[in-house]
Write a new protein. Structure first.
Length: 499
């Protein structure tokens, strides 16, 4: 009898231990449901959109989606210049601070009062008020606090400090990967403080690279011609089922800030990926310390690099103090495999690196001088403030009437010992310095600047002005060549097409 009791006891103990271990493993391996710390991530509907478009389609979308959309009013402290400053006198104490108001949009993603919007809508806000659907025009909104924000994607997660007693309408998520140019979309927001304004258009393009708030950092966006104006920022871009497929973020406009038919939205799939980190208050990304070319690779150019087809990410700059330099990566290398996965293009590499946990060591395969080289790199955490500090300064220097490279739209000059010293060039490096760039020429389009030093033309190292001119002259008209240049204390690669 005692033996049977012991058997039952140990069986129950083993079962309970297995359950606890299972729960721990699920939390470690992210096998738990999409819910964390009180925030339920809306599940994305990946089903294809089918059915007819009729006279009630957009009315139905607006009716169903509008209750989850909110208007956001912020108070930001700004310094008001003293009268003396208008007359050119500096005031070391500055003027008195005053509160200015800003406006934007957002949408509710959780019944507990979590709201998505743009970072630039709430950055620096002293107070954030949220106006729910149906609120009276001059009524003060519900106070909200920032839970987390991210400069790179321009996203912010808010939470109502005291949510209302009545249930909150919650937005539904769609699948931004399922959309294509020509698909109908609707934007709802608070342009010019006209709350719950509805506009309709189509997807103009997907995967459109747009400059972020950090130099040399780009994010893929959805482009749309649905009217987006000031105040629409942070509002939803919806598909024909009324599901959010993007967060309206930016526009191309004239001096009045009005709509010109070119607006951009952060894909909702990108939002879903970083929502857990926004809820935790910080978004962490990986970095290896390289810049990659933004130009698409052609078949002909790929073959010149030793690739059978256009693929990979071409390195145009290596941070001398970064992980890539320590791993042995060089300017001109083409990364074709990252952590065992093929790299299709530049954007995919950026995505792979930023999604890698800092501290992880990953294998790389690169194409270098038409040969495959295997390396390993330890991914470090991306520090946006430190990255801003890497922006190179400029210097003044008179032009000296050097020969103009008419086919490239730039003027180069002899590299002097003083130039080499001021630019911190490695000993014996450099063939010529760029002293002028035509605003509309090929060099300007490729990103060349004054005081760039040309180190290599194609595969040819250059050591003098005459060598540089000869190498540039040898490039056939209409062909693209690679220039390795020295800028800001490091090598960079640019691709320029001769006229």
């Amino acid at each position: 009898m005692s033996s049977k009791r012991h058997t039952v006891f140990y069986s129950l103990l083993i079962a309970l231990t297995s359950l606890v271990v299972g729960i721990v493993l699920a939390s470690r391996l992210d096998l738990a449901p999409a819910s964390f710390a009180g925030l339920n991530v809306p599940a994305a509907n990946t089903e294809p959109i089918t059915g007819p478009l009729d006279s009630t389609t957009f009315r139905t979308i607006a009716s169903q989606a509008s209750p989850s959309v909110v208007s956001i009013v912020t108070e930001v402290e700004r310094r008001v210049p003293r009268m003396s400053e208008f007359f050119g006198f500096e005031d070391p104490d500055g003027g008195p601070p005053q509160l200015a108001q800003g406006a934007g949009s957002g949408f509710i993603i959780d019944p507990a009062g979590y709201i998505l919007t743009n970072n630039h809508v709430v950055a620096g806000a002293q107070r954030i008020d949220v106006m729910l659907a149906g609120a009276r025009e001059f009524e003060r909104g519900l106070e909200a606090a920032i839970v987390g924000r991210d400069e790179l994607t321009d996203l912010a997660l808010l939470k109502l400090v005291n949510p209302p007693d009545q249930p909150l309408a919650v937005a539904r998520f769609g699948d931004s990967k399922a959309i294509a140019p020509g698909d109908w979309v609707m934007a709802i927001g608070n342009p010019f403080r006209l709350s719950h304004t509805v506009t309709v258009g189509v997807v103009s393009a997907v995967g459109r690279l747009q400059q972020t708030a950090v130099a040399q950092r780009f994010e893929e966006m959805i482009q749309t011609d649905a009217a987006i104006n000031r105040g629409n920022s942070g509002g939803p871009l919806l598909n024909l089922r009324g599901e959010v497929i993007g967060v309206n973020t930016a526009i191309v406009s004239d001096d009045t800030g009005g709509n010109l038919g070119v607006g951009f939205a952060v894909p909702i799939n990108t939002v879903s990926e970083i929502l857990p980190q926004l809820r935790a208050g910080k978004v962490t990304r990986g970095r290896i310390g390289v810049l990659v070319s933004r130009l698409p690779m052609t078949q002909r150019y790929a073959e010149s690099l030793g690739l059978q087809k256009p693929m990979g990410a071409e390195i145009t700059n290596v941070d001398p103090a970064g992980p890539a330099a320590a791993a042995g990566l060089r300017v001109g290398d083409v990364i074709v495999e990252f952590n065992g996965q093929p790299v299709r293009d530049n954007s995919e590499l950026v995505s792979m690196v930023t999604r890698t946990t800092p501290g992880t060591t990953v294998p790389l395969k690169v194409m270098r001088d038409r040969k495959t080289v295997s390396l390993s790199v330890r991914v470090e955490e991306l520090n946006l403030e430190a990255e801003r500090g890497l922006v190179a300064g400029s210097r003044q220097r008179p032009d000296r009437g050097a020969p103009t490279q008419a086919g490239f739209g730039m003027t180069i000059d002899e590299l002097t010992a003083r130039d080499a010293s001021e630019l911190n060039l490695p000993r014996g490096a450099g063939g010529a310095v760029v002293v002028d760039v035509a605003p509309t020429g090929a060099a300007a389009r490729a990103g060349l600047r004054r005081f760039d030093v040309i180190l290599k033309v194609g595969t040819t190292d250059v050591r003098s002005l005459s060598q540089t001119s000869t190498a540039l002259d040898a490039v056939p008209s209409g062909e693209m060549t690679r220039l390795v240049i020295w800028r800001g204390g490091s090598e960079q690669l640019v691709q320029v097409t001769k006229r």
